[in-house]
Design a binder for this molecule. Structure first.
Ligand SMILES: *Cc1c(COP(=O)(O)O)cnc(C)c1O
Length: 383
């Protein structure tokens, strides 16, 4: 692309948002009962981890995603941590995941003193690639009395943690089927995928456990917050127990039966969550409209736009453009940010970060190609 074409691309994006002001990547929208519910918690004095809004947010959320249970936590990372602990991930074990993800996925693995094992993503959805997962499991693992061993590292593989990138569903059915053959539990990092469905099932509700985030830039925000969902009653009970200091329920005694976490979502945040959840269908509709405007715009410019994969309905949390070359991408990044249209490249791949560079990785060529060419563009809900 010529420099002038890239220039007009920036003004086209600005025109979509119809403003001369700074255009953020993703701003929250509080157009419903947010103030009312938050004030309610203050009036009631129940602002902390006990309160009606926490319970209500959990049950409304579970109903929305179609899981039997939901446990609210203070952020998505803590929900990931709990899910991994419950899946039996322990010191010196391994968790299969993708290198193209947000750092929280891998941090949570390291909180368990386990190591991420990097498999490539699929080109069309940027989620964990089922074919490459299968190739890795066939060629580089063996079943032993200790469990499934990565023959390259000698460590036991305890779980698989695929991520639904930018809200586009990964091929979760295929991933779960392959992992079931090898006896590996799957946890979905659905932090970005609230409202996204694959084969008519909500992301995060397909595998053993799913995790969501309600950080300020996510499709629904509680300020900071997360959720663990599951259909398994025992796992749900344990998740709640270890997120609340493993306190044994009692009217006045303070008794705890294991070392645990203080990860529970406060009522104040849950109040915001209840109000946001009421508006979620509208948010998703608006985001899908924005994505289709982008799609039309980029088609005329022969630019590649990340569209929802087959059999999927995406929430289009963050829209993504793919340039032909890194040069073009870099010029566009500079130009757009200079002109106050916020854009950013995809995260630095996890296997390039100092904390994870010595972790095992299989072929990650698609991730490496995407890393050089992708840009996220403004994706806020326009009401
Ligand atoms: C946002 C996010 C998380 C969790 O983030 P928190 O800020 O802890 O809520 C985890 N994984 C991915 C892929 C994310 O995008």
């Amino acid at each position: 692309m010529q420099k002038c074409d890239l220039e007009s691309l920036v003004s086209d994006i600005r025109a979509v948002f119809d403003t001369q002001d700074f255009i953020p990547l993703h701003a929250p929208v509080f157009s419903g009962n947010e103030k009312k519910y938050v004030l309610d918690t203050i009036d009631s004095t129940f602002v902390s981890s006990v309160g009606d809004y926490v319970t209500r947010f959990e049950s409304d959320f579970a109903a929305y995603v179609g899981s039997r249970y939901a446990v609210a936590t203070m952020n998505g990372t803590s929900a990931l941590h709990i899910a991994l602990v419950l899946a039996g991930v322990d010191a010196d074990s391994e968790v299969i995941t993708q290198s193209l993800t947000f750092v929280a996925t891998c941090n949570a693995i390291r909180y368990c003193s386990a190591y991420p094992t990097f498999i490539d993503v699929s080109k069309d959805n940027l989620g964990l690639c089922p074919e490459k997962l299968k190739t890795f499991l066939e060629s580089s693992t063996k079943q032993t009395t200790d469990g499934l061993i990565n023959t390259q590292t000698g460590r036991v593989i305890k779980a698989c943690l695929p991520m639904h990138t930018f809200g586009h569903p990964a091929q979760i059915d295929a991933i779960c089927a392959i992992c079931a053959d090898y006896g590996i539990p799957v946890i979905e990092d659905a932090a970005e995928a609230l409202g996204s469905r694959y084969n008519d099932k909500h992301c995060g509700s397909v595998s053993t456990m799913g995790v969501f985030s309600f950080n300020g830039n996510k499709i629904l925000t509680t300020g900071g917050g997360g959720m663990l969902v599951t259909d398994n009653e025992a796992l749900a009970k344990k998740a709640k127990h270890i997120s609340t200091t493993a306190k044994v329920p009692h009217a006045w005694n303070y008794d705890h039966d294991q070392v645990a976490f203080n990860y529970r979502m406060p009522n104040l945040n849950a109040a915001l969550g209840c109000a946001q959840l009421e508006q979620l269908p509208v948010f998703i509709e608006k985001k899908r409209q924005l994505a289709s405007r982008y799609k039309e715009l980029f088609e005329t410019k022969e630019l590649s736009f990340l569209s929802e994969p087959a059999q999927a309905r995406s929430n289009y949390w963050l829209n993504a453009l793919l340039f032909k070359t890194q040069d073009e991408r870099d010029i566009f990044l500079t130009m757009s940010n200079e002109q106050k249209v916020m854009t950013r490249p995809v995260w630095t791949l996890m296997h390039k970060l100092p904390m994870f560079k010595s972790c095992y990785r299989a072929d990650v060529s698609v991730s490496e190609d995407i890393e050089t060419r992708l840009v996220n563009i403004p994706s806020s809900v326009i009401l």
